[in-house]
Design a binder for this molecule. Structure first.
Ligand SMILES: Cc1cc2nc3c(=O)[nH]c(=O)nc-3n(C[C@H](O)[C@H](O)[C@H](O)COP(=O)(O)OP(=O)(O)OC[C@H]3O[C@@H](n4cnc5c(N)ncnc54)[C@H](O)[C@@H]3O)c2cc1C
Length: 470
């Protein structure tokens, strides 16, 4: 019998959508072009026995997500590991700023900027549960907690450099800048401050955890729970045209607007088609993974307390790096996001061996090779790192897109996350998930609240679909 609903794509949003439908009693099939998981896949990218996260690695948003928190994922094999600190940010003098779980401990380590750090983040840490509900909801709907959201927006709408310069001292400014740089935006742009604020507050409130065994375990737990509800997943089954999915009453597309145009462009009305065509993709990731014969030899001891390490030096340097890729080049010393999961999860490599994951930002569809610059940034803060490398994997923007068709030109967020596209994602409506085609919905990171592993795009889209079904 054919299912009532088909979800195309098994990324975190596709799986969250499928689970939401299945939980409501709708028979649901997921069709996936590759293996299960989208941005949650792990693979032996370097040597046998070394497990690497191909895309996402660190999951403050998954732990925050209202939908993931409502699911019995631990019963399906998911275990979170919390490193002692969320994040370390080393400097050339051999010290490091550390985003600790405790706001006070973080502030104590930031010298003159400590009190400013506390003042900026304290209003949101204790109320993260409430705030995250609104931050992870469609932006054109009335928030559940309007005063709290207004307070957050007043700060978050500012530029990252504006907010960072309000903090005293290089250490606090650099720590904030590194978090804001996750936006891929120029740090002078309005709204870039929100990313810094969001990730810092999440670090204090829920930590920056990693899943035991690799991110694939998040996908596998979601898939196992979905199957326990009677759902079916077919892998290695790319959908080429929307017509293949009929007679399902509901179709949810965990795809970017570019793919939706390819699958169904001729069926879409002119206005909607134009909106999808105008939708902009952002800068790309250039990614390296390493198999190592020992832990990373950091100069700053504090870097061994966190899975995530931001390699970029001062606020000015991070801002210059983000400005470079936004104007079509790559900085000589690019800001590098670095993760060392095996310090806290020995299951991912043979005994005594380690893995590391890193990427820097490059222009969309960049064809150059920045491996050398990335490794020089690691060497800068961990001299001798290269002597520990047993094997490396290089994933260019084109490689990333080959592995997952949603990563257009290497964009990892499903489209640029500037202020305009936070609100028009991909269209400026309170329910941007509906398409003009009856029963067809978008549910990927190209809808609100956007990129990251939280599943909330899928959850919101499925709720709209369920309401329409009824
Ligand atoms: C290098 C990198 C690092 C990242 N790091 C982090 C991180 O540390 N933390 C974090 O929270 N987020 C991170 N992200 C972002 C996160 O992975 C994405 O935002 C998230 O996976 C988006 O989920 P999604 O369900 O919208 O799409 P995806 O996860 O991209 O899933 C889309 C799925 O659709 C499938 N598909 C595409 N076309 C078709 C078709 N025609 N037919 C059938 N199936 C199709 C794809 O194969 C894929 O499985 C990272 C991403 C990358 C690439």
């Amino acid at each position: 019998m054919s299912p009532d609903a088909v979800v195309v794509g098994s990324g975190p949003n596709g799986l969250a959508a499928a689970i939401t439908l299945a939980r409501a009693g709708v028979s649901t099939l997921v069709r996936e072009a590759q293996a299960v998981g989208g941005g949650l896949r792990s693979a032996d990218l370097t040597l046998p026995g070394f497990t690497h996260d191909v895309c996402s690695a660190v999951h403050p948003l998954a732990l925050t997500s209202p939908v993931f928190r409502s699911l019995p994922l631990a019963d399906h094999g998911l275990e979170w590991i919390q490193p002692p600190a969320a994040l370390a940010h080393p400097f050339d003098d051999g010290s490091a700023a550390v985003l600790e779980r405790s706001l006070d401990q973080t502030a104590r380590g930031l010298g003159p900027g400590g009190d400013d750090w506390r003042r900026l983040h304290a209003p949101f840490v204790g109320v993260w549960d409430r705030l995250s509900h609104d931050v992870l909801a469609p932006p054109l709907r009335p928030p559940r907690h309007p005063f709290l959201m207004a307070r957050f927006a007043l700060r978050g709408l500012r530029s990252a450099t504006g907010l960072a310069r309000g903090l005293h001292g290089e250490r606090a400014r650099a720590l904030f800048a590194g978090n804001a740089a996750h936006s891929f935006l120029p740090l002078e742009s309005p709204g870039s401050g929100a990313f810094g604020l969001l990730l810092s507050v999440a670090g204090h409130a829920v930590g920056w955890p990693i899943p035991r065994g690799g991110s694939q375990h998040v996908a596998d737990a979601l898939a196992a729970y979905f199957r326990s509800l009677g759902g079916e997943i077919v892998t290695g089954a790319p959908v080429e045209h929307l017509d293949e999915l009929r007679p399902a009453r509901v179709v949810l597309l965990d795809l970017s607007p570019r793919q939706v145009l390819r699958l169904a462009g001729e069926k879409l009305s002119g206005g909607y088609r134009r909106a999808l065509t105008r939708y902009r993709f952002g800068a790309a990731a250039f990614k390296l993974d390493w198999a190592l014969d020992g832990p990373v030899p950091w100069t700053a001891e504090a870097c061994t307390r966190a899975a995530t390490v931001h390699l970029g030096g001062t606020l000015e340097e991070v801002a210059a790096s983000e400005a470079a890729h936004n104007s079509g080049t790559v900085h000589q010393r690019p800001f590098v996001l670095f993760v060392q999961p095996t310090l806290f999860d020995g299951s991912r490599a043979p005994d005594g061996r380690h893995t590391a994951w890193a990427y820097c930002h490059v222009p969309n569809r960049y064809t150059g090779d920045v491996s050398e610059r990335i490794e020089q940034q690691v060497e800068r803060f961990a001299p001798g790192f290269r002597d520990r490398v047993l094997a490396r994997s290089v994933l260019t923007p084109a490689d990333l897109e080959r592995r997952n068709a949603n990563l257009i030109g290497g964009d990892i967020n499903g489209g640029m996350m500037d202020l305009r596209q936070v609100f028009a994602r991909p269209v400026a409506r309170p329910t941007p998930y509906r398409t003009p085609l009856k029963g067809v919905y978008l549910c990927s990171a190209s809808t609100p609240p956007g990129g990251g592993v939280h599943g909330m795009c899928g959850y919101h889209a499925a709720r709209v679909a369920l309401a329409d079904l009824r």
